[in-house]
Write a protein that binds this ligand. Structure first.
Ligand code: SF4
Length: 154
């Protein structure tokens, strides 16, 4: 981020070690869906509790400033949430209670459509999760994602 850049929005798939980072939620259950914290907790307060050798993003989701140098930025937009939207929401997913909403880039850009998919997003996904790899890759087009999902659906 430039020195004089004042962030107006936050990334809900953010950097754990950014100075301003907060814990957005905890990944839980078999599917690792995020359970959102009622209030933000500074990431610096919990990172020391994560066992050595475990990537904190495997068990927690962090929010940090949305920065102009991010590989997912296109102008003021986040292309990551555009790719996240390609994946249908899990089941009858509702809109989670979330402390980040008033500051969230994904919410301001895509509203409830982003929130319905947000719990399933893993900032640090498994290497064999091909769809998550495609979604994370800024080079992936919406057409490629739609084709992949259609092929999987048979
Ligand atoms: S997309 Fe919705 S649920 Fe996810 S962090 Fe933003 S406001 Fe919260």
């Amino acid at each position: 981020m430039d020195e004089d850049e004042v962030p107006t929005s936050w990334c809900p798939s953010g950097e754990a070690h950014a100075p301003e980072a907060v814990v957005l939620g905890v990944r839980s259950g078999q599917d690792g869906a995020v359970v959102y914290l009622a209030d933000p907790v500074p990431a610096s307060r919990v990172l020391g509790e994560v066992p050595e050798g475990v990537d904190p993003r495997r068990i927690l989701r962090f929010a940090s400033h949305c920065v102009s140098g991010c590989v997912n930025r296109r102008g003021d937009d986040c292309t990551l949430v555009e790719r996240v939207l390609a994946k249908p929401p899990a089941g009858a997913a509702g809109v989670p209670r979330c402390h980040l909403r008033t500051r969230c880039q994904w919410w301001s850009q895509s509203g409830v459509d982003a929130c319905r998919r947000c719990p399933a997003v893993s900032t640090r996904h498994r290497a064999d999760d091909e769809l998550a790899e495609l979604i994370a890759d800024p080079a992936t087009t919406r057409e490629q994602l739609d084709a992949w999902i259609a092929a999987e659906a048979g």
